[in-house]
Design a protein around this ligand. Structure first.
Ligand code: BTN
Length: 324
């Protein structure tokens, strides 16, 4: 652990207590001028650290950024975000970064997180609005031993984790999932997931599971105003992004491990309970054309079962769902 993080840990232990420079230098085995340099680094990272010539140092405010030290503080996971957290103030797309890392052998649980994305990607070649410091933009490297046909289930698991995280943090919020991956509050989208895989014919090599959550933003570009919202807009108050990321990682890991160990049935039931799509009349634009009917169920692979007006059943594997 870098020395600056060890200093942070000592300061965090009791924020009401001043710790002298001498004490820090003794505990960490570094000089007092080195302590001072690390304090300066921490301040540059957004930590508010009080300094008094007689009393020493005191942590008055943690950093507002989603720094690895903030995410990992008290994180209760085995692998997700535990070993490797790659942090960017700005990057093109965390999914692109995570794919590069995965192709280079990054282990399962490697987390890529950014304050802003200049080329945030959504499904179907769309872009994902990613202004600095307002949202959560993260991607996880996964290495499940599953066949490529099972990979869409990872999208469902990511959606469940995101929806349940929001429900737990904001009880009473009207959170639902629109098939396959839109997280809605009321009728507006607050989060989405983007799953990308690398595989051969019968085995997945890696999955990059990306999530974007609109947390504290209040303004959206004109084309999103009617369809997008944020947690802050919906609840009326800013939310602590680091707390949400930790809770998301913990839930996501639990759901994912349960899927690998027990199979998809429990996860599919949870998805159905959170669904805003099932039972509704819908219209889906699929690669085979537009289909209209009633969304009846999910199949075992996460495909959407749609019954058209002639009573014929179709399995939709990909597409955009709209009211029918
Ligand atoms: C969608 O609803 O279309 C999916 C949106 C996924 C956005 C996230 S933000 C973090 C990760 N990096 C990306 O470029 N996209 C995903």
């Amino acid at each position: 652990m870098p020395t600056s993080h060890r200093i942070l840990r000592l300061l965090r232990a009791d924020p009401d207590v001043w710790i002298s420079g001498e004490e820090l230098s003794r505990q960490l085995g570094v000089s007092r001028s080195a302590v001072w340099k690390h304090i300066r680094t921490l301040r540059q990272e957004g930590y508010d650290i009080g300094a008094s010539p007689r009393k020493g140092y005191r942590l008055t405010q943690v950093s507002p950024w989603l720094l690895p030290a903030e995410i990992q503080e008290g994180l209760r996971t085995q692998r997700f975000g535990k070993e490797e957290v790659v942090y960017f103030r700005e990057t093109d797309s965390t999914n692109t970064r995570a794919k590069d890392l995965a192709a280079g052998g990054a282990p399962e649980g490697t987390l890529v997180i950014a304050e802003a994305q200049t080329g945030g990607r959504g499904r179907k070649g769309r872009s994902w609005f990613s202004p600095p410091g307002e949202g959560i933009y993260l991607s996880m490297v996964l290495r499940p031993r599953i066949s490529p046909i099972e990979a869409p289930k990872i999208t469902l698991i990511a959606g469940i984790a995101a929806a349940e995280t929001l429900l737990e943090a904001f009880p009473g919020l009207d959170v639902h999932i629109k098939w396959p991956n839109d997280i809605l509050v009321g009728a507006k989208k607050v989060a989405g997931t983007l799953t990308e895989i690398a595989s051969d014919m019968d085995q997945v090599a890696y999955v990059v599971s990306g999530m974007g959550i609109n947390v504290n933003g209040r303004r959206f570009p004109a084309e999103l105003k009617e369809i997008a919202s944020s947690i802050c807009v919906e609840t009326g108050c800013p939310a602590d992004r680091a707390v949400l990321v930790r809770s998301l990682l913990e839930r996501y890991e639990k759901e994912y491990m349960s899927f690998l160990q027990k199979g998809p049935a429990p996860m599919l039931d949870r998805w159905k309970a959170l669904s805003r799509t099932l039972g509704k009349r819908i219209q889906v634009d699929t690669p085979q054309g537009r289909r209209t009917g009633t969304a009846r169920d999910l199949d075992r692979d996460g495909g959407l079962l749609l019954e058209d007006d002639q009573g014929r059943m179709f399995t939709i594997i990909s597409g955009d769902v709209n009211p029918g």
